[in-house]
Write a protein that binds this ligand. Structure first.
Ligand SMILES: NC(=O)c1ccc[n+]([C@@H]2O[C@H](COP(=O)([O-])OP(=O)(O)OC[C@H]3O[C@@H](n4cnc5c(N)ncnc54)[C@H](OP(=O)(O)O)[C@@H]3O)[C@@H](O)[C@H]2O)c1
Length: 440
Protein backbone atom coordinates (compact mmCIF):
# COMPACT_ATOMS: atom_id res chain seq x y z
CA UNK A 1 0.00 0.00 0.00
CA UNK A 2 1.41 3.40 -1.00
CA UNK A 3 1.37 6.53 1.09
CA UNK A 4 -1.76 8.18 2.41
CA UNK A 5 -3.08 11.00 0.22
CA UNK A 6 -3.39 13.93 2.64
CA UNK A 7 -6.11 16.48 2.00
CA UNK A 8 -6.26 20.04 3.27
CA UNK A 9 -9.74 21.53 2.97
CA UNK A 10 -10.21 25.31 2.93
CA UNK A 11 -13.84 26.29 3.40
CA UNK A 12 -16.10 24.28 5.68
CA UNK A 13 -19.48 25.57 4.55
CA UNK A 14 -22.16 23.70 2.59
CA UNK A 15 -19.70 21.91 0.31
CA UNK A 16 -16.62 21.69 2.56
CA UNK A 17 -18.46 20.02 5.45
CA UNK A 18 -20.10 17.58 3.01
CA UNK A 19 -16.72 16.64 1.54
CA UNK A 20 -15.38 15.95 5.03
CA UNK A 21 -18.34 13.67 5.73
CA UNK A 22 -18.09 11.89 2.37
CA UNK A 23 -14.36 11.22 2.64
CA UNK A 24 -14.93 9.69 6.09
CA UNK A 25 -18.02 7.71 5.07
CA UNK A 26 -16.49 6.36 1.84
CA UNK A 27 -12.98 5.77 3.25
CA UNK A 28 -12.95 2.03 2.64
CA UNK A 29 -14.40 2.22 -0.88
CA UNK A 30 -12.00 5.01 -1.86
CA UNK A 31 -9.06 2.99 -0.59
CA UNK A 32 -10.26 -0.05 -2.51
CA UNK A 33 -10.61 1.99 -5.69
CA UNK A 34 -7.33 3.85 -5.50
CA UNK A 35 -5.04 1.62 -3.46
CA UNK A 36 -4.35 4.57 -1.17
CA UNK A 37 -5.74 5.79 2.09
CA UNK A 38 -7.37 9.17 1.53
CA UNK A 39 -7.62 11.30 4.65
CA UNK A 40 -8.30 14.91 5.55
CA UNK A 41 -5.43 16.10 7.72
CA UNK A 42 -5.93 19.88 7.92
CA UNK A 43 -8.69 22.45 7.45
CA UNK A 44 -9.26 26.19 7.30
CA UNK A 45 -12.30 28.47 7.64
CA UNK A 46 -13.00 31.85 9.18
CA UNK A 47 -14.74 30.98 12.42
CA UNK A 48 -13.02 28.29 14.44
CA UNK A 49 -15.79 28.18 17.04
CA UNK A 50 -18.67 27.43 14.64
CA UNK A 51 -20.38 24.04 14.97
CA UNK A 52 -20.34 22.55 11.48
CA UNK A 53 -21.86 19.19 12.35
CA UNK A 54 -18.58 17.44 11.52
CA UNK A 55 -15.85 16.15 13.78
CA UNK A 56 -12.74 18.31 13.40
CA UNK A 57 -10.81 16.72 16.27
CA UNK A 58 -7.36 15.56 15.24
CA UNK A 59 -7.29 17.91 12.24
CA UNK A 60 -4.79 20.75 12.09
CA UNK A 61 -6.67 24.09 11.97
CA UNK A 62 -5.29 26.98 9.90
CA UNK A 63 -6.74 30.47 10.31
CA UNK A 64 -5.27 31.45 6.94
CA UNK A 65 -6.05 29.23 3.91
CA UNK A 66 -2.79 30.40 2.26
CA UNK A 67 -0.80 28.86 5.12
CA UNK A 68 -2.78 25.65 4.72
CA UNK A 69 -2.13 25.69 0.96
CA UNK A 70 1.64 25.85 1.51
CA UNK A 71 1.72 23.42 4.42
CA UNK A 72 3.99 20.39 4.18
CA UNK A 73 1.21 18.39 5.88
CA UNK A 74 -0.94 18.12 2.75
CA UNK A 75 -0.67 16.69 -0.77
CA UNK A 76 -3.94 18.08 -2.14
CA UNK A 77 -5.42 21.51 -1.46
CA UNK A 78 -9.22 21.42 -1.69
CA UNK A 79 -10.51 24.98 -2.22
CA UNK A 80 -14.14 25.38 -1.14
CA UNK A 81 -14.07 29.01 -0.04
CA UNK A 82 -15.45 30.65 -3.21
CA UNK A 83 -15.00 34.02 -4.91
CA UNK A 84 -13.00 34.94 -7.99
CA UNK A 85 -10.29 36.77 -6.08
CA UNK A 86 -9.15 37.28 -2.49
CA UNK A 87 -8.45 34.31 -0.23
CA UNK A 88 -9.47 31.62 -2.72
CA UNK A 89 -7.18 32.88 -5.50
CA UNK A 90 -4.25 33.56 -3.21
CA UNK A 91 -4.52 30.12 -1.64
CA UNK A 92 -4.87 28.26 -4.96
CA UNK A 93 -1.84 30.10 -6.35
CA UNK A 94 0.11 29.29 -3.19
CA UNK A 95 -0.83 25.61 -3.41
CA UNK A 96 0.09 25.29 -7.11
CA UNK A 97 3.31 27.22 -6.51
CA UNK A 98 4.19 24.78 -3.72
CA UNK A 99 3.57 21.81 -6.01
CA UNK A 100 0.28 20.68 -4.46
CA UNK A 101 -2.61 19.33 -6.48
CA UNK A 102 -5.68 21.55 -6.32
CA UNK A 103 -9.33 20.48 -6.35
CA UNK A 104 -11.89 23.28 -6.45
CA UNK A 105 -15.61 23.92 -6.95
CA UNK A 106 -15.04 27.59 -7.69
CA UNK A 107 -16.45 28.61 -11.11
CA UNK A 108 -15.86 32.32 -10.52
CA UNK A 109 -12.15 31.73 -9.92
CA UNK A 110 -11.80 29.52 -13.01
CA UNK A 111 -13.85 31.79 -15.26
CA UNK A 112 -11.62 34.76 -14.48
CA UNK A 113 -8.23 33.15 -13.89
CA UNK A 114 -8.55 29.62 -15.32
CA UNK A 115 -5.89 29.90 -18.02
CA UNK A 116 -3.25 31.43 -15.71
CA UNK A 117 -3.94 28.86 -12.98
CA UNK A 118 -3.88 25.97 -15.48
CA UNK A 119 -0.51 27.24 -16.74
CA UNK A 120 0.81 27.24 -13.17
CA UNK A 121 -0.49 23.70 -12.63
CA UNK A 122 1.24 22.54 -15.82
CA UNK A 123 4.52 24.23 -14.89
CA UNK A 124 4.50 22.51 -11.52
CA UNK A 125 3.31 19.15 -12.84
CA UNK A 126 0.22 19.02 -10.65
CA UNK A 127 -3.53 18.67 -11.22
CA UNK A 128 -6.05 21.51 -11.20
CA UNK A 129 -9.39 19.69 -10.98
CA UNK A 130 -12.78 21.41 -11.01
CA UNK A 131 -15.58 18.92 -11.78
CA UNK A 132 -17.83 20.51 -9.13
CA UNK A 133 -17.57 23.99 -10.62
CA UNK A 134 -20.13 23.38 -13.39
CA UNK A 135 -23.53 21.76 -12.80
CA UNK A 136 -22.63 20.50 -9.30
CA UNK A 137 -23.12 16.74 -9.17
CA UNK A 138 -23.36 16.18 -12.95
CA UNK A 139 -20.00 14.87 -14.20
CA UNK A 140 -20.05 17.17 -17.22
CA UNK A 141 -16.37 18.16 -17.22
CA UNK A 142 -15.29 14.54 -17.52
CA UNK A 143 -18.01 13.84 -20.06
CA UNK A 144 -16.81 16.60 -22.40
CA UNK A 145 -13.07 16.42 -21.81
CA UNK A 146 -12.68 12.66 -21.65
CA UNK A 147 -15.85 10.90 -22.77
CA UNK A 148 -16.29 12.96 -25.93
CA UNK A 149 -12.66 13.49 -26.94
CA UNK A 150 -13.28 11.68 -30.25
CA UNK A 151 -16.05 14.10 -31.22
CA UNK A 152 -16.11 17.52 -32.81
CA UNK A 153 -18.54 19.55 -30.73
CA UNK A 154 -20.68 22.15 -32.48
CA UNK A 155 -22.80 23.41 -29.58
CA UNK A 156 -23.07 23.01 -25.84
CA UNK A 157 -25.92 24.51 -23.88
CA UNK A 158 -27.55 24.04 -20.56
CA UNK A 159 -29.58 25.00 -17.56
CA UNK A 160 -26.68 25.83 -15.28
CA UNK A 161 -28.38 27.73 -12.47
CA UNK A 162 -30.91 25.94 -10.28
CA UNK A 163 -32.22 29.16 -8.72
CA UNK A 164 -33.33 30.53 -12.10
CA UNK A 165 -34.83 27.23 -13.19
CA UNK A 166 -36.76 26.97 -9.93
CA UNK A 167 -38.16 30.50 -10.39
CA UNK A 168 -39.14 29.95 -14.03
CA UNK A 169 -40.69 26.55 -13.24
CA UNK A 170 -42.87 28.04 -10.49
CA UNK A 171 -43.83 31.05 -12.61
CA UNK A 172 -44.96 28.67 -15.34
CA UNK A 173 -46.78 26.16 -13.12
CA UNK A 174 -48.57 28.68 -10.91
CA UNK A 175 -48.80 31.84 -13.02
CA UNK A 176 -46.83 33.78 -10.39
CA UNK A 177 -44.62 36.82 -10.88
CA UNK A 178 -40.84 36.74 -10.88
CA UNK A 179 -40.75 38.73 -7.62
CA UNK A 180 -43.08 36.30 -5.78
CA UNK A 181 -41.09 33.24 -6.89
CA UNK A 182 -37.78 34.88 -6.00
CA UNK A 183 -39.06 35.51 -2.48
CA UNK A 184 -40.02 31.84 -2.11
CA UNK A 185 -36.65 30.75 -3.48
CA UNK A 186 -34.94 32.91 -0.84
CA UNK A 187 -37.16 31.49 1.94
CA UNK A 188 -36.26 27.94 0.83
CA UNK A 189 -32.53 28.71 0.71
CA UNK A 190 -32.33 28.32 -3.11
CA UNK A 191 -31.47 31.99 -3.62
CA UNK A 192 -29.05 34.29 -1.83
CA UNK A 193 -30.18 37.43 0.03
CA UNK A 194 -28.58 39.33 -2.88
CA UNK A 195 -29.78 37.24 -5.84
CA UNK A 196 -28.22 39.40 -8.58
CA UNK A 197 -25.44 36.99 -9.39
CA UNK A 198 -27.88 34.15 -10.06
CA UNK A 199 -30.94 35.85 -11.56
CA UNK A 200 -29.03 38.24 -13.80
CA UNK A 201 -27.16 35.34 -15.41
CA UNK A 202 -23.59 35.93 -14.18
CA UNK A 203 -23.28 32.56 -12.43
CA UNK A 204 -24.46 30.81 -15.62
CA UNK A 205 -21.95 32.87 -17.63
CA UNK A 206 -19.04 31.69 -15.48
CA UNK A 207 -20.02 28.06 -15.95
CA UNK A 208 -20.61 28.53 -19.66
CA UNK A 209 -17.16 30.09 -20.11
CA UNK A 210 -15.61 26.93 -18.61
CA UNK A 211 -17.67 24.62 -20.84
CA UNK A 212 -16.77 26.69 -23.93
CA UNK A 213 -13.06 26.27 -23.27
CA UNK A 214 -13.41 22.51 -22.90
CA UNK A 215 -15.78 22.00 -25.82
CA UNK A 216 -13.89 24.10 -28.36
CA UNK A 217 -10.27 23.99 -27.21
CA UNK A 218 -10.05 27.73 -26.61
CA UNK A 219 -8.85 29.84 -23.71
CA UNK A 220 -11.56 30.81 -21.23
CA UNK A 221 -13.13 34.12 -22.25
CA UNK A 222 -15.64 35.05 -19.54
CA UNK A 223 -15.74 38.67 -20.75
CA UNK A 224 -16.86 37.43 -24.16
CA UNK A 225 -20.15 36.04 -22.83
CA UNK A 226 -23.25 38.09 -23.64
CA UNK A 227 -25.38 38.01 -20.47
CA UNK A 228 -29.09 38.64 -19.86
CA UNK A 229 -31.00 37.44 -16.80
CA UNK A 230 -34.59 36.44 -16.06
CA UNK A 231 -35.84 39.39 -13.99
CA UNK A 232 -37.78 40.92 -16.91
CA UNK A 233 -39.76 37.74 -17.69
CA UNK A 234 -43.48 38.21 -17.06
CA UNK A 235 -46.19 35.59 -16.45
CA UNK A 236 -47.69 36.51 -19.84
CA UNK A 237 -44.47 35.43 -21.58
CA UNK A 238 -44.75 31.99 -19.96
CA UNK A 239 -48.42 31.72 -20.93
CA UNK A 240 -47.64 32.70 -24.52
CA UNK A 241 -44.69 30.29 -24.61
CA UNK A 242 -46.99 27.49 -23.48
CA UNK A 243 -49.59 28.32 -26.14
CA UNK A 244 -46.93 28.44 -28.83
CA UNK A 245 -45.39 25.09 -27.83
CA UNK A 246 -42.37 26.30 -25.86
CA UNK A 247 -41.01 26.60 -22.32
CA UNK A 248 -38.76 29.41 -21.12
CA UNK A 249 -35.41 28.44 -19.59
CA UNK A 250 -32.35 30.47 -18.70
CA UNK A 251 -29.77 28.84 -20.97
CA UNK A 252 -26.07 29.27 -21.35
CA UNK A 253 -25.27 28.52 -25.00
CA UNK A 254 -21.85 28.17 -26.64
CA UNK A 255 -22.00 27.61 -30.36
CA UNK A 256 -19.44 27.29 -33.11
CA UNK A 257 -20.46 29.44 -36.08
CA UNK A 258 -18.70 30.42 -39.29
CA UNK A 259 -17.82 33.77 -37.69
CA UNK A 260 -16.43 32.32 -34.45
CA UNK A 261 -17.80 31.16 -31.10
CA UNK A 262 -21.02 32.60 -29.74
CA UNK A 263 -21.24 32.60 -25.95
CA UNK A 264 -24.59 33.80 -24.69
CA UNK A 265 -26.71 33.58 -21.57
CA UNK A 266 -30.35 34.60 -21.87
CA UNK A 267 -33.91 33.47 -21.24
CA UNK A 268 -34.64 31.08 -24.07
CA UNK A 269 -37.71 29.47 -25.60
CA UNK A 270 -37.08 25.74 -26.04
CA UNK A 271 -39.54 23.36 -27.73
CA UNK A 272 -41.71 21.66 -25.11
CA UNK A 273 -40.79 18.22 -26.46
CA UNK A 274 -37.02 18.77 -26.09
CA UNK A 275 -35.09 16.99 -23.33
CA UNK A 276 -34.00 20.28 -21.78
CA UNK A 277 -37.61 21.52 -21.54
CA UNK A 278 -38.44 18.63 -19.20
CA UNK A 279 -35.95 19.87 -16.59
CA UNK A 280 -37.90 21.59 -13.82
CA UNK A 281 -37.08 23.01 -10.40
CA UNK A 282 -33.51 23.33 -9.14
CA UNK A 283 -32.22 20.57 -11.42
CA UNK A 284 -29.49 21.34 -13.97
CA UNK A 285 -28.97 19.93 -17.47
CA UNK A 286 -26.32 20.15 -20.16
CA UNK A 287 -26.82 19.21 -23.81
CA UNK A 288 -23.89 18.63 -26.13
CA UNK A 289 -24.22 18.46 -29.92
CA UNK A 290 -21.32 16.37 -31.17
CA UNK A 291 -20.63 14.82 -34.57
CA UNK A 292 -20.29 11.18 -33.53
CA UNK A 293 -22.76 10.82 -30.67
CA UNK A 294 -25.28 13.36 -31.94
CA UNK A 295 -27.17 14.99 -29.11
CA UNK A 296 -26.33 14.05 -25.55
CA UNK A 297 -28.12 15.47 -22.50
CA UNK A 298 -26.99 15.05 -18.91
CA UNK A 299 -29.50 15.91 -16.20
CA UNK A 300 -28.97 16.02 -12.44
CA UNK A 301 -28.49 18.00 -9.26
CA UNK A 302 -26.57 21.21 -9.90
CA UNK A 303 -26.06 22.21 -6.28
CA UNK A 304 -26.33 21.10 -2.68
CA UNK A 305 -23.69 19.85 -0.29
CA UNK A 306 -23.84 16.12 -1.03
CA UNK A 307 -24.17 16.41 -4.82
CA UNK A 308 -21.33 18.90 -5.09
CA UNK A 309 -19.15 16.87 -2.72
CA UNK A 310 -19.72 13.90 -5.04
CA UNK A 311 -17.92 15.80 -7.83
CA UNK A 312 -15.16 17.02 -5.50
CA UNK A 313 -14.50 13.49 -4.24
CA UNK A 314 -14.40 12.18 -7.84
CA UNK A 315 -11.60 14.66 -8.56
CA UNK A 316 -9.77 13.63 -5.38
CA UNK A 317 -10.03 9.99 -6.49
CA UNK A 318 -8.42 10.86 -9.84
CA UNK A 319 -5.57 12.61 -8.06
CA UNK A 320 -5.08 9.55 -5.84
CA UNK A 321 -4.86 7.39 -8.97
CA UNK A 322 -2.41 9.79 -10.60
CA UNK A 323 -4.87 10.54 -13.42
CA UNK A 324 -4.37 14.09 -14.61
CA UNK A 325 -5.58 15.36 -17.96
CA UNK A 326 -4.58 18.84 -19.13
CA UNK A 327 -6.89 21.18 -17.25
CA UNK A 328 -8.87 22.33 -20.28
CA UNK A 329 -8.40 19.23 -22.40
CA UNK A 330 -5.09 20.32 -23.93
CA UNK A 331 -2.00 22.12 -22.62
CA UNK A 332 -2.62 25.85 -22.18
CA UNK A 333 -0.15 26.95 -24.91
CA UNK A 334 -2.15 24.89 -27.42
CA UNK A 335 -5.50 26.49 -26.54
CA UNK A 336 -6.60 28.89 -29.28
CA UNK A 337 -7.71 32.46 -28.63
CA UNK A 338 -11.47 32.47 -29.02
CA UNK A 339 -12.90 34.46 -31.91
CA UNK A 340 -15.80 36.35 -30.32
CA UNK A 341 -19.06 36.81 -32.19
CA UNK A 342 -21.04 39.89 -31.27
CA UNK A 343 -24.62 39.22 -30.16
CA UNK A 344 -25.84 41.46 -33.02
CA UNK A 345 -24.69 38.74 -35.42
CA UNK A 346 -26.58 35.95 -33.68
CA UNK A 347 -29.07 34.32 -36.01
CA UNK A 348 -32.12 32.44 -34.77
CA UNK A 349 -35.83 32.57 -34.15
CA UNK A 350 -37.24 35.28 -31.91
CA UNK A 351 -40.29 35.68 -29.71
CA UNK A 352 -41.15 39.37 -29.65
CA UNK A 353 -43.87 40.66 -27.35
CA UNK A 354 -44.85 44.21 -28.15
CA UNK A 355 -47.24 46.28 -26.10
CA UNK A 356 -48.93 48.36 -28.77
CA UNK A 357 -51.67 50.99 -28.78
CA UNK A 358 -54.89 49.24 -29.74
CA UNK A 359 -55.55 51.02 -33.03
CA UNK A 360 -56.49 49.89 -36.49
CA UNK A 361 -53.47 49.19 -38.68
CA UNK A 362 -50.96 48.69 -35.88
CA UNK A 363 -50.34 45.02 -36.72
CA UNK A 364 -49.87 45.95 -40.38
CA UNK A 365 -47.43 48.71 -39.40
CA UNK A 366 -45.40 46.26 -37.33
CA UNK A 367 -45.39 43.67 -40.13
CA UNK A 368 -44.14 46.30 -42.60
CA UNK A 369 -41.19 47.26 -40.41
CA UNK A 370 -40.32 43.59 -39.93
CA UNK A 371 -40.39 42.99 -43.68
CA UNK A 372 -38.19 46.04 -44.30
CA UNK A 373 -35.60 44.53 -41.95
CA UNK A 374 -35.75 41.19 -43.83
CA UNK A 375 -37.51 39.37 -41.01
CA UNK A 376 -40.06 36.70 -41.87
CA UNK A 377 -42.85 36.21 -39.37
CA UNK A 378 -43.89 32.66 -38.53
CA UNK A 379 -46.88 33.67 -36.42
CA UNK A 380 -48.51 36.76 -35.01
CA UNK A 381 -50.97 36.81 -32.11
CA UNK A 382 -52.87 39.91 -31.04
CA UNK A 383 -54.41 39.76 -27.60
CA UNK A 384 -57.32 41.97 -26.60
CA UNK A 385 -59.21 41.55 -23.36
CA UNK A 386 -62.84 40.43 -23.67
CA UNK A 387 -63.84 43.76 -22.13
CA UNK A 388 -61.92 45.76 -24.73
CA UNK A 389 -63.32 43.60 -27.53
CA UNK A 390 -66.94 44.22 -26.45
CA UNK A 391 -66.64 47.91 -25.53
CA UNK A 392 -64.42 48.82 -28.47
CA UNK A 393 -65.03 46.24 -31.21
CA UNK A 394 -63.12 48.20 -33.85
CA UNK A 395 -60.05 48.86 -31.71
CA UNK A 396 -60.19 52.63 -31.72
CA UNK A 397 -59.40 53.29 -28.05
CA UNK A 398 -55.63 53.12 -28.31
CA UNK A 399 -55.45 51.09 -25.06
CA UNK A 400 -52.17 49.12 -24.64
CA UNK A 401 -52.53 45.49 -25.79
CA UNK A 402 -49.97 42.73 -26.35
CA UNK A 403 -48.95 41.74 -29.86
CA UNK A 404 -46.76 38.65 -30.02
CA UNK A 405 -44.62 37.69 -32.99
CA UNK A 406 -42.59 34.56 -33.64
CA UNK A 407 -39.99 35.02 -36.34
CA UNK A 408 -38.17 32.60 -38.59
CA UNK A 409 -34.37 32.78 -38.37
CA UNK A 410 -33.27 36.42 -38.30
CA UNK A 411 -30.18 38.23 -37.07
CA UNK A 412 -30.31 40.05 -33.76
CA UNK A 413 -29.10 43.19 -35.53
CA UNK A 414 -32.07 43.13 -37.92
CA UNK A 415 -34.53 42.45 -35.11
CA UNK A 416 -33.19 45.39 -33.11
CA UNK A 417 -33.34 47.60 -36.21
CA UNK A 418 -37.01 46.69 -36.82
CA UNK A 419 -37.92 47.31 -33.16
CA UNK A 420 -36.24 50.72 -33.25
CA UNK A 421 -38.27 51.65 -36.36
CA UNK A 422 -41.52 50.43 -34.74
CA UNK A 423 -40.69 52.56 -31.70
CA UNK A 424 -39.99 55.61 -33.90
CA UNK A 425 -43.40 55.08 -35.53
CA UNK A 426 -44.97 55.64 -32.09
CA UNK A 427 -46.66 52.22 -32.06
CA UNK A 428 -45.26 51.05 -28.71
CA UNK A 429 -46.82 51.70 -25.31
CA UNK A 430 -43.97 49.89 -23.46
CA UNK A 431 -40.47 48.61 -24.13
CA UNK A 432 -40.60 45.37 -26.16
CA UNK A 433 -39.84 41.93 -24.75
CA UNK A 434 -37.49 39.84 -26.82
CA UNK A 435 -36.72 36.16 -26.14
CA UNK A 436 -34.49 34.03 -28.37
CA UNK A 437 -35.71 30.65 -29.54
CA UNK A 438 -33.26 27.75 -29.43
CA UNK A 439 -34.26 24.90 -31.68
CA UNK A 440 -32.85 21.38 -31.50
N1 LIG B 1 -23.28 25.28 -2.37
C1 LIG B 1 -23.40 24.67 -3.53
O1 LIG B 1 -24.40 23.97 -3.78
C2 LIG B 1 -22.29 24.74 -4.55
C3 LIG B 1 -22.43 24.05 -5.77
C4 LIG B 1 -21.39 24.09 -6.69
C5 LIG B 1 -20.25 24.83 -6.43
N2 LIG B 1 -20.17 25.53 -5.25
C6 LIG B 1 -18.96 26.30 -4.99
O2 LIG B 1 -18.30 25.75 -3.86
C7 LIG B 1 -17.61 26.78 -3.15
C8 LIG B 1 -18.07 26.79 -1.70
O3 LIG B 1 -19.47 27.02 -1.66
P1 LIG B 1 -20.34 26.83 -0.33
O4 LIG B 1 -21.76 26.88 -0.75
O5 LIG B 1 -19.85 25.66 0.44
O6 LIG B 1 -20.00 28.19 0.45
P2 LIG B 1 -20.27 28.57 1.99
O7 LIG B 1 -21.28 27.65 2.56
O8 LIG B 1 -20.50 30.02 2.02
O9 LIG B 1 -18.86 28.24 2.68
C9 LIG B 1 -17.72 29.01 2.45
C10 LIG B 1 -16.67 28.60 3.46
O10 LIG B 1 -15.50 29.35 3.19
C11 LIG B 1 -15.00 29.88 4.42
N3 LIG B 1 -14.31 31.14 4.14
C12 LIG B 1 -14.80 32.25 3.57
N4 LIG B 1 -13.85 33.21 3.49
C13 LIG B 1 -12.74 32.66 4.03
C14 LIG B 1 -11.43 33.13 4.25
N5 LIG B 1 -11.07 34.36 3.89
N6 LIG B 1 -10.55 32.29 4.83
C15 LIG B 1 -10.90 31.04 5.20
N7 LIG B 1 -12.14 30.54 5.01
C16 LIG B 1 -13.02 31.34 4.44
C17 LIG B 1 -16.22 30.08 5.30
O11 LIG B 1 -15.80 30.10 6.65
P3 LIG B 1 -16.85 30.22 7.89
O12 LIG B 1 -17.72 29.00 7.80
O13 LIG B 1 -16.00 30.22 9.10
O14 LIG B 1 -17.59 31.50 7.66
C18 LIG B 1 -17.07 28.87 4.92
O15 LIG B 1 -16.73 27.76 5.70
C19 LIG B 1 -17.89 28.06 -3.92
O16 LIG B 1 -16.88 28.31 -4.85
C20 LIG B 1 -19.20 27.75 -4.66
O17 LIG B 1 -19.35 28.52 -5.84
C21 LIG B 1 -21.16 25.49 -4.31
Amino acid sequence: MTQTLRLGIAGLGTVGASVLRMVARRAEALEAATGRTIAVTAVSARDRGRDRGVDLSGLHWFDDPVDLARSGEIDVFVELVGGSDGAAKQAVEAALGAGKHVVTANKALLAHHGAALARMAEEHGVALAYEASVAGGIPVIKAIREGLSGNAISRVYGILNGTCNYILSRMEAEGLTFEACLKDAQALGYAEADPTFDVEGFDTAHKLAILTSLAFGVEIDAEGVSVEGISAIQPLDLTMADELGYRIKLLGVAQQTAAGIEQRVHPTMVPKASAIAQVMGVTNAVTVDADAVGELTLIGPGAGGAATASAVVADITDVALGLARPTFGQPVPRLASPRRVEMQRHEGGYYIRLTVHDRTGVAAGVATRMAEANISIESIVQRRSAKAASSDPQGLSGQPVPLVLITYAATEGNVREALAAIDRDGLLAEAPQLIRIERE
